[in-house]
Design a binder for this molecule. Sequence first.
Ligand SMILES: NC(=O)c1ccc[n+]([C@@H]2O[C@H](COP(=O)([O-])OP(=O)(O)OC[C@H]3O[C@@H](n4cnc5c(N)ncnc54)[C@H](OP(=O)(O)O)[C@@H]3O)[C@@H](O)[C@H]2O)c1
Length: 243
Amino acid sequence: MLRTTCCLITGANRGIGLEFVRQIINLNPKPINVIATCRNPDKAEELRKLKSSSTNLHIVQLDVRDFPNYDKFYSQVNSIVGSNGLDLLINNAGIAQFKTLNQVTPTDMLESYEVNTVAPLLLTKTFLPLLKSSGKDEGSTKLIVNMGTTVASIEQNNQGGMYPYRASKVALNMISRSVATDLAKEGILCVSINPGWVKTDMGGKKAPMAVDQSVTKMLKTLSLVDKNSNGKMINFDGKIIPW
Ligand SMILES: NC(=O)c1ccc[n+]([C@@H]2O[C@H](COP(=O)([O-])OP(=O)(O)OC[C@H]3O[C@@H](n4cnc5c(N)ncnc54)[C@H](OP(=O)(O)O)[C@@H]3O)[C@@H](O)[C@H]2O)c1
């Protein structure tokens, strides 16, 4: 199973992000610090409930579009993790605007890019010093995880539509690839991972996979990421998804 000493997960108040937190705080060995970020900690009841029984869980407020406050956010995280740094960054927060060609607006496109593309890139940039300084714990890998989706596969797109979501996640894949290439020499890996079609607010009730099942499978797959899968879009079950 995946090993992490200190990790950070965005969009952790519901859906896949919340389940990542639920499973990661109880990994064996237990991580020292799990930082769960969300826009409204006061309203994040399930996350706060988890925190009441988990000494390694910290909740930090973050709207990922709040770029001017990233420096302040870095300081908050740095004061929690200290010299342990961060060995796992999960860029999970995302929005899905399934707009058709007739419906799509500039605002839809720009919002999707800000949340799904620009934020993961700039959070990676912001936390690079902490990712570099981590890794004293033998056996732990340094990993950046961007949440991908099969609908961002250009090759598999036979249905069209979903312009903001598809395009912003395709761009995220390119970021994963460049980050993986740029940081390989630092021993930091980066992948896009598709969680499957999952029962969350975004995935909807018809989705075939429960959120706990998806996250368990992703954690197993992420534990196996190596230089061969670095920079790729991988499925929750470990298969490589064509670009
Ligand atoms: N569910 C699926 O079937 C599926 C399939 C493929 C990929 N994914 C990807 O998996 C990730 C999680 O999806 P999900 O199904 O868990 O979605 P979800 O249930 O809709 O949850 C989305 C999360 O992102 C957060 N978020 C949205 N905008 C934000 C912002 N500006 N700042 C901070 N947080 C923000 C939300 O916070 P608020 O509560 O504050 O809105 C929420 O915590 C996404 O990146 C998605 O694209 C999901």
